[in-house]
Each structure stands twice: as structure tokens, then as C-alpha cells.
Design a protein around this ligand. Sequence first.
Ligand code: FES
Ligand SMILES: [Fe+2]
Length: 439
Amino acid sequence: MVNSARLGPIPALRPPGAMLACTGPGRPLSLDRMAGQGASAGLRYPPAPVDPAGLAAALRPFGASTTLPPAAYVDPAVFAWEQRCFFGRGWTCAGFSSLVARPGDQRAEPAGTGSVLLARDDAGTLRAFANTCRHRGHELLPAGESARHNAIICPYHSWTYDLDGGLRFAAGFPRGGLDPLAWGLTALPVAEWHGLIFVDGSGGAAGPLAGALAELEPVIAPYEPERLVIAGRHRYDAAANWKVLTENYHECYHCPAIHPELCRVSPPQSGENYPARGAWIGGWMDLRPGMATMSLDGTSRVPALRGLDAARRRTVIYVNVFPNVLLSLHPDYVMTHRLVPLAADRTMIECVWSFAPEAAARPGFDPAYAVDFWDLTNRQDWRACESVQRGLSGEHARPGPLAPGEDAVYQFITMVGRGYRGEPAWNHGPAGAVASSPE
Ligand code: FES
Ligand SMILES: [Fe+2]
């Protein structure tokens, strides 16, 4: 439960949700606005190919539940469902605003089973499109690459689109022969949230992103992540399922065994988790007395971020924006992990470290004190997660019980489990609350 006296009240805002069919790539979207039961709970998907008895066990109340069935982490059919539904039909993070900051900036990023093209227009408005040319489907940019032009140009036959997606020119067609609107790029809802870019692959059924994250806003806002500048960036390829990585993020039960450096600066049993409602999960941990931040010696090289109260200067907040962002809010910097699932047993992780611009501009500024600490810790985590993945791949793997300190893992598992079962997935709140509708 959150210590709301320390970290500020969380307003109770709950926006409407919607039901969505995503039974396969290329199927038309079927939207069913849920004015009642689905309200405030997020999208609904068709059931995933996961053993119902195993899901029912994972959705029991906290203390009586188990982890998800091992197939959820290793079965390519489950992974394909997740790509279509969790990552393809709803808000997912597609990167950082700073990568498409100027008019004409373009970047392609993986999203679900395909990819999206992000483009900043001349007025500064960010747009997102399916990264698929309307002629014969060539990608407009390879995923992971950037470009800067005053138009979007397909590399195959050079169809040229305006930055708002309208078709400007198609070689060989008579002028006026193609309707620029009818043959424009497929636009997707896009939102910038504290310096992160989110795209809604459902085409709008997910509702406003701000609604899904309304209760997270007062937790994040004091850190002003949108104001910070990225001073460190690592890309990791982990041989583990994205959920194994996320579950690992949500508990420090493992810290005494594999993170001696972390335990020297932050007590592994400190802190509590928020009663999160919406598309997020999170909690906080203390810094030990005398430790200023998460670094190898517990010291910081820059002042604390402006605007943080006394409690936040002694605390590190860990938040998961479902499904693919992990935000770690320190007194003096913000670390962001963006997970991009590549296969059931492979995940690309983009990790960036962001600092106040006035700190990064100081002579001799070096982010290594933060980057090196977390790079070491990240690698300890990935090594453990890769072992979990191998363990879950054996035919004798079975679901296990969760420890009392794994209540945020429970919140994550139950979000995933509800989504698998075709129920609205959003987090309900405190561990031990109603985990799912009755069988
Ligand atoms: S596929 Fe893009 S111009 Fe032909
Ligand atoms: Fe860890």
C-alpha cells in the first residue's frame, strides 16, 4: 500500500474502457464500448491460448495464487497473442520524444506484429502511422532507424507522403489520378507523456492514455521527466520473456542473493507498493541513511531534481507502465527501460538515463556514477531472468507460489491473467483486492 502521506495523495479518476477483438492480424477491429462493467478497466481481448485452470490459479487472491502457467513464458502461440493484443491493440511505448524532436524527424519502431512510423510535422505535432506504404506495403523506414526530410518517402517506388500522412506524389500516375486522402498513410492515435511516445494500435478503442495513467500522474509529475535530457543509453538483448523481466523488476526478494551493490545503498525489504488503478503498477524503496542515490558508493554527482519534496529525496520509485515501460525515479535522475519483445524467449531492452539539463550542462558532468551502477545491476538481473527462462522451458516446470513481498508481481500477473482470460486487464488496486471476476 502506498504511504500516501509521504508521497502525496492519488486522485480517484477512472476513465471509460472498451472491448476490442484482435483475433488475428488483418482482421477488422470490432469495437464495443463498455459503458458499465468495462468502464475504468481497459480493453478486452479474445481469450489467449493459455490453460484456464492455470489462469484461475494465478488469479486467486494474493497469498493463495500461483505464478502464470509456464506456457505463458515459452509458448510461441501465447507470444503471438500478446503481440497482437497487448502490444498491437492498445497503448504501448514506441520510444522517446527527444528522438523525433524537430520538424521532419522520422523514426520507425517495432509495435506488436509490425512497426510504426513516428513523424514530427512542421507545426511540431507528432504523428504516428502504420509503417506500411499504401502502394505495395514496403516499410517506410526500417524499424529502429531514423530519418529527417520534409516528406515521408517510400524507398521502394518513391511514393511521397506529406508529414501529415497525405499522399503527395506517386511516380507514373497522372496528376490528380490518386486521391491523396484515400491513399494516405494509416494514422494511429499517438500521445506524448512525460517525454515518452505511446501509440494506440487499436486505432482509438483504448481511450485516452491520460485516463489510463491518471492516478500515476501525481507520482511522476514532480520529476518532470519531459524536461530531462538523456545522458546515457544502453541496448540489451536478453534471452528471456518480457514478463520474466517485468516480474523481476517488481520485487526485491531476489536482491540479497544477486545484488550486493544495490543492497548497500537501498534496504531490499524497504518500501511499499501503490494501490495502483489503471494501466500501471508501482512502488517505492528507501535509500539507506547517508546514501544520496543509487550509485556504487551511494553518492550523487549532481543536485537533486528541482521540485522534489523531502520524502522523494530519500526514495526511489519504481513504476511499470503496462505493457512495456519501467520507470525508475531517483532523487537526481530518471532511468527508463523500454521492453521490445522479439520472441517468447527474447527481449530487446532500451535503457536510458536522464538528468536535469542544468546538471548535464555542468563542466565535467559524467553520468557514469548512475549508468555504471545500473548497468551492473541490469546485467545481474538479465542473468537471473535468462536462467528463469531456461528453467521454465523444461517440461517439468510448474507454477509456484508468490512470497509476501511479491505483491507487485501479483498485480502484474493478474493484469496479464485477466487480459488472457478476455477480461479488462487494468490493475484493480491493492494486492488482495478482487483479482478477477468469479469463474
Ligand atoms: S511499396 Fe512504397 S512506393 Fe511501392
Ligand atoms: Fe534485480
